[in-house]
Design a protein around this ligand. Structure first.
Ligand SMILES: Cc1cc2nc3c(=O)[nH]c(=O)nc-3n(C[C@H](O)[C@H](O)[C@H](O)COP(=O)(O)OP(=O)(O)OC[C@H]3O[C@@H](n4cnc5c(N)ncnc54)[C@H](O)[C@@H]3O)c2cc1C
Length: 456
């Protein structure tokens, strides 16, 4: 079967990969001149990489890890020590850690929490542990039901002291969906906590050893093309053309550089675009259907990825860090964490700025100035001295609509991969699958879509 897939993010590429494995012939049509969508990266004129987002792979990503295995590139994942490291705002330049011992789950998580005495008191830990029991005992059903509450509301309902939210969960909410606890659905936090506590290596983290475009997306493309598929860049879907019965007749592609538009036909069609551009492109006839109307309930959240190159080493920490800053979410010194970006003498910080709604329209310079002000609290030894570290250069990548904003009640709007249109399917991290809007969710959705096409 010939399958046309619009979008070469991880979902579109995963869908094409699993279709070729099942003997089908996909063509991936990507709007931009770069692979990867939200994992896309670019090389600047100095040969340095900058990325759409700082990306972490977790032990609790079975479909992603399976994909690495199938592609024979498992050695590209650089696994870090099993710990979570938080900055301490009250004590600038110091860190608090949750170290997971080599014990079975959930014991390793319980020990990690109990051993940390910087961030939570014993009564707070006990109250929080008791609050989590229903999620651990009743599992996913309970987690889904809690979509009616924001995380702040859920903590209140469970009688968990507000300090727990302030100390730990502002950082976690921002890391998971780029928004604060009063906005995020408790389903998101409970899903992550359940995976982290129920799988021994669930919260173990890995960095890719280079840029996601070259080190992850390209091997998927090679796998697809070696088996007869195709991936075309700079091939934007302009319109979904319909037959009289409402099924898809073809994808109309916008011609590049004044070239004529092209009609691309196949036996089945997939949107692997994010939900925001898909909504704009829906044919009027389809908009009347409940299945497509529900997409109005989903909308991408803004986020900004900041890269700063310095004239010296700021830290030796080879891990992800939770900044606990009002401006920033997580960050890492990529000169330590990533083989291809390694530099023994100079730091390259990659920092996620979230929530970003008040920053997305600001200039790069304003964003960098505000980030530099935060760095005084994160690295006082290097910025509050007579000879502060010097910023050599920066790159700012803004994504005004990234993953869907997971506020309470969103689960009901997430569509299945199969649509009411016989030859049209959806894939993408926002479609319904048991992982959040993440790389794992994108890869799993691609696999589910390929299965739906191969065995309708
Ligand atoms: C700053 C940031 C940090 C993140 N950190 C993590 C993390 O640490 N761990 C994690 O698991 N996830 C993380 N994510 C989320 C993860 O990147 C996404 O969930 C995942 O990459 C989404 O993949 P996708 O294929 O569903 O969508 P996308 O990657 O958005 O792919 C959609 C593709 O469709 C293309 N497209 C759009 N319109 C058209 C058109 N008209 N014609 C053809 N193509 C079109 C786009 O160009 C794009 O390539 C992060 C995201 C960001 C932005």
């Amino acid at each position: 079967m010939r399958v046309a897939i619009a979008g070469a993010g991880l979902a579109g590429l995963s869908c094409a990969k699993y279709l070729t494995d099942a003997g089908h012939t996909p063509t991936v049509l990507e709007r931009r001149d770069v692979l990867g969508g939200k994992v896309a990266a670019w090389k600047d004129s100095d040969g340095d990489w900058y990325e759409t987002g700082l990306h972490i792979f977790f032990g609790a990503y079975p479909n992603m890890l399976q994909l690495f295995k199938e592609l024979g590139i498992e050695d590209r994942l650089q696994w870090k020590e099993h710990t979570m490291i938080f900055n301490q705002p009250d004590s600038p330049g110091t860190y608090s850690r949750f170290d997971f011992p080599d014990l079975p789950a959930p014991l390793n998580g319980v020990v990690a929490i109990l051993r940390n005495n910087d961030m939570l008191t014993w009564p707070e830990k006990i109250r929080f542990g008791l609050g989590l029991l229903p999620a651990m005992i009743q599992g996913q059903k309970y987690v889904e039901e809690m979509d009616k509450y924001s995380w702040s509301e859920w903590l209140q309902v469970q009688n968990i002291p507000p300090r727990v939210e302030k100390e730990v969960f502002i950082a976690m909410s921002k890391a998971l969906n780029f928004i604060d606890p009063h906005e995020i659905s408790s389903t998101v936090l409970l899903t992550a906590l359940n995976r982290f506590l129920q799988e021994k290596n669930g919260s173990k983290m890995a960095f890719l050893d280079g840029s996601p475009t070259e080190r992850l997306c390209q091997p998927i493309v090679d796998h697809i093309t070696e088996r007869g598929g195709e991936v075309r860049l700079s091939a934007p879907l302009k319109e979904i053309l319909l037959n009289d019965d409402g099924t898809v007749r073809g994808f109309l592609l916008r011609g590049a550089d004044g070239a004529a538009d092209e009609v691309f036909t196949a036996d089945a069609y997939v949107s692997a675009m994010p939900v925001d551009p898909l909504k704009v492109m829906l044919p009027p006839l389809w908009r009347e259907l409940d299945y497509f109307k529900k997409l109005d309930g989903l909308e991408g959240v803004p986020v900004i990825n900041v890269h700063l190159w310095f004239d010296r080493k700021l830290t030796d920490i080879d891990h992800l860090l939770f900044s606990r800053s009002p401006l920033l979410s997580v960050y890492a010194d990529m000169s330590n964490t990533c083989r291809e970006y390694a530099n023994p003498d100079r730091s390259m910080l990659e920092l996620v700025l979230a929530p970003a709604k008040d920053w997305i329209a600001k200039s790069d310079q304003e964003i960098v100035d505000a980030t530099m002000a935060e760095l005084k609290k994160l690295f006082p030894d290097h910025f509050c001295t007579g000879q502060p570290a010097r910023l050599l250069k920066y790159h700012v990548v803004k994504t005004p609509r990234s993953v869907y904003k997971a506020t309470p009640g969103r689960q009901q709007y997430r569509p299945s991969q199969k649509t009411p249109i016989a030859n049209f399917y959806l894939t993408g991290d926002y479609t319904m699958q048991r992982y959040l809007a993440s790389m794992e969710g994108a890869v799993l959705s691609g696999k589910l879509t390929a299965q739906a096409i191969a065995s309708p």
